[in-house]
Design a protein around this ligand. Structure first.
Ligand SMILES: [Ca+2]
Ligand SMILES: [Ca+2]
Length: 246
């Protein structure tokens, strides 16, 4: 009987504490867990091996008339028994957040009828964008804020690289003009070099292959310059080599 009384005492005091903190609500806030909110990891899970949630991600996307995707899709999930709402705010950039498979669309609010949420961000401008989410439960307890940073760009320029080397094989003034180390800075996003323009003094030569064999027509000093064109129709700045042909 003594044990029983002790148990009752603990429960009562717990109840008393709960009512002080829960603002006259008919529930035990002391048993409440604050909501948790996380973004989908690359492996398709929402928690890592140690049970941690991903609360921030940043990504860079190429966006122009030629790219296929004009939006950024991502997933998040909430963990809570008594969630009331998830609010979001676009802190940086002009864009819209669209939730898939929902009939209810309230600005600044996410439909929480499913724990897993698929969202699409539609930017109205290039540059930096930042979207922040917070989940709130019935007791007003909030999750850590989840933030998505996105950077949209239209094109990064190519950079030409020119190596001139003496060959002398077919002719004593035979050289190799090699632009093979030229790069397109957005190669990781589908950027590519499609043309090479050589200017040898005043003589212009356009090719689609990175290196050419060239025979100078006379002795003398030649300025060989190179520009490369990317698949977004943007020319690099010229790089120039001075070649002394003997
Ligand atoms: Ca809760
Ligand atoms: Ca490019």
């Amino acid at each position: 009987m003594i044990m029983h009384r002790y148990y009752s005492y603990i429960v009562l005091s717990f109840f008393a504490l709960a009512c002080i903190s829960c603002d006259n609500r008919w529930a035990f806030k002391g048993e409440n867990l604050p909501p948790e909110l996380g973004l989908k990891l690359l492996n398709g899970e929402f928690t890592d091996e140690e049970g941690n949630l991903l609360i921030s991600l940043s990504d860079t996307l190429k966006l122009n008339a030629k790219t296929e995707n004009e939006t950024y899709t991502f997933d998040m999930k909430y963990f809570d028994e008594n969630l009331v709402e998830i609010n979001y705010e676009i802190l940086k950039g002009d864009g819209e957040l669209v939730q898939s498979n929902t009939t209810q669309a309230i600005a600044g609010q996410i439909d929480i009828s499913n724990e897993e949420i698929t969202l699409e961000y539609v930017p109205n401008e290039l540059g930096e964008h930042e979207i922040s989410f917070v989940a709130t439960d019935i007791f007003g307890e909030q999750s850590a804020s989840v933030t998505v940073f996105l950077f949209f760009f239209d094109n990064w320029a190519p950079i030409g690289d020119l190596q001139v080397s003496y060959q002398g094989k077919t002719d004593p003034r035979h050289y190799l003009l090699d632009a093979g180390n030229s790069i397109d800075q957005d190669a990781a996003y589908g950027g590519d070099i499609v043309q090479y323009k050589y200017l040898i003094n005043d003589y212009e030569l356009l090719t689609t292959v990175p290196s050419i064999n060239y025979i100078f027509q006379s002795e003398g000093t030649f300025n060989v310059s190179l520009q490369v064109l990317d698949n977004d129709n943007f020319w690099s700045e010229a790089v120039t080599e001075e070649v002394l042909v003997e």
